[in-house]
Design a protein around this ligand. Structure first.
Ligand code: SF4
Length: 477
């Protein structure tokens, strides 16, 4: 079904697009705002007391407007579009209602800060945003756990986090859309030189400005793709520039078991890394082959036990729900295996295939009818095994309109993940493709900036990249 907006209504296109895509995920922006002569021309009329939305030659919906406040107008337009699709066109309702954003928890934190009760927040989420009760409950549970980790404005002026990008992987997973490069020895060494320059430059500015670093997160890619010598150089650079007694969490992704061994893990521990991630994605050998990962389920078990024996007390494992040909039995099997290991953190992703992934265009038939059951089972399993959800985000192109959830065994959440999703702390992102979030603590507004995704351009522009960050840290730019 192709829908386009009438000329007069296109000023609302941004607001309606995300809601329509809940029901018509294939709809393109250009179709909505282009000069299409379809039978489905949609009009939107907003006046002082109501929003009317409908097809020029068909049914329409009227929604009362409670105030002329900009956010309220937006919400009412979304509500009207949503009702047009669910009540008139009879599309299936979304459990997320009209909340289409990536970070639905942020809106709930705003309600807590207005001193609303849990009951009132639930009522708003279900009544005004049309969330299914289980999603409203989940948001309340997660935000309640997060409250104590969010910084107040005074703390947020002094405490930041650091993200460092290592964009190399041994092979490329078929669902991956990150800028992950394969490792030629020269490429890595060359990249490290430039990255260390950025680490040093930003580190010096942070020291001069008396800012403390709360958490460090080294991600990728797969940072443990680096060999021992390269790893040591990187860890040294981070130690000299960023790590201090104030750093309470230091995560190093060791996602692919085929990239870690005893020496590397010991080195990480000796450099104060206190959280690592070993990611099975699934414990089905056939699926691992299918998605291009060069390791077996046995490798995961061995490397996990190795990390435990060496002394890692906080290990995260990532799993993906909705991998090719996987159904309820597979996820039960995977969780059964993981359950024995008792990782402190478990991050459950719903498969999201982006434009640049090899799997793009092949996702629809994957046991779609079992998705809801798989998610329901996972949730129950986590609850029964003592895992608490502590952060949540949604993605575009996510399978089944679901979400990604981080769980922790008891209350030991990854603080970086909370800060990164809730956007209440400045995060400086270093390395190719890394994003920085600069928070204005007066009103919690945010500036997002990104390093170039292209390795060559990153290296060419390194001085300018460092200068921009240093100026911002020192309040000069
Ligand atoms: S390990 Fe992660 S970053 Fe690397 S190819 Fe696979 S999904 Fe992409």
């Amino acid at each position: 079904m192709i829908i386009s907006l009438t000329q007069d209504s296109r000023k609302y296109a941004r607001i309606v697009f995300d809601v329509i895509r809940i029901f018509l995920p294939q709809l393109h922006w250009q179709q909505l705002v282009g000069e299409n002569n379809t039978d489905n021309n949609l009009f939107i009329r907003v006046d002082n007391s109501e929003v009317v939305i409908g097809f020029c030659t068909g049914p329409s919906i009227v929604e009362d407007l409670e105030s002329s406040d900009e956010n309220e107008v937006k919400r009412t337009i979304k509500l009207a579009v949503y009702r047009l699709f669910t009540e008139v066109l009879m599309y299936k309702a979304s459990p997320w209602g009209i909340l289409t954003g990536i970070r639905p928890t942020k809106i709930v934190h705003r309600f807590w800060e207005q001193d609303l009760t849990k009951e009132k927040i639930t009522e708003i989420l279900q009544g005004r945003y049309l969330l299914a009760s289980e999603k409203a409950k989940k948001l309340i549970q997660i935000t309640q756990l997060q409250r104590k980790y969010l910084l107040n404005s005074e703390e947020a002026k002094k405490l930041v986090s650091i993200y460092i990008s290592i964009p190399f992987c041994p092979t490329r997973c078929s669902y991956c859309s990150f800028p992950a490069f394969s490792t030629g020895p020269n490429e890595v060494e060359n990249y490290l030189q430039y990255l260390l320059k950025e680490i040093k430059g930003v580190g010096e500015a942070i020291k001069r400005s008396d800012i403390k670093i709360q958490t460090i997160y080294v991600g990728g890619g797969t940072p443990t793709t680096l060999n021992l010598k390269q790893l040591k150089i990187l860890l040294n650079g981070i130690k000299e520039s960023f790590f201090s007694q104030d750093t309470i969490e230091y995560t190093f992704e060791a996602g692919r078991p085929d990239t870690i061994d005893e020496e590397k893990l010991t080195l990480l521990l000796n450099y104060n890394v206190n959280r690592i991630s070993i990611n099975p994605q699934t414990m089905w050998a056939k699926t691992l082959q299918k998605i291009g990962r060069n390791h077996s389920p046995q490798d995961i078990l061995e490397k996990f036990n190795m990390a435990r024996n060496i002394g890692f007390k906080n290990i995260n494992m990532d799993l993906i729900i909705g991998l090719p040909d996987e159904g309820l039995q597979n996820i039960k099997y995977t969780l059964g295996k993981i359950g024995y290991l008792k990782p402190e953190n478990l991050t459950l992703h719903a498969l999201a295939i982006k434009r640049t992934a090899k799997l793009k265009g092949q996702t629809e038939p994957y046991l779609d009818n079992q998705l809801d059951k798989m998610f329901a089972f996972t949730e129950d399993w986590c609850k029964d095994n003592g895992y608490l959800p502590y952060y949540l985000y949604r993605q575009k192109q996510i399978l089944g309109n679901q979400e990604n959830i981080g769980y922790s065994l008891g209350e030991q959440p990854c603080i970086y993940n909370i800060q990164m999703i809730e956007e209440r702390q400045t995060i400086w992102g270093l390395g190719v493709g890394a994003g920085s979030k600069i928070v204005d603590t007066r009103d919690w507004t945010l500036i997002n900036t990104y390093n170039p995704k292209d390795l060559i351009i990153y290296c060419q522009r390194i001085d300018e990249i460092i200068k921009t960050k240093v100026d911002k840290i020192l309040g000069l730019g």
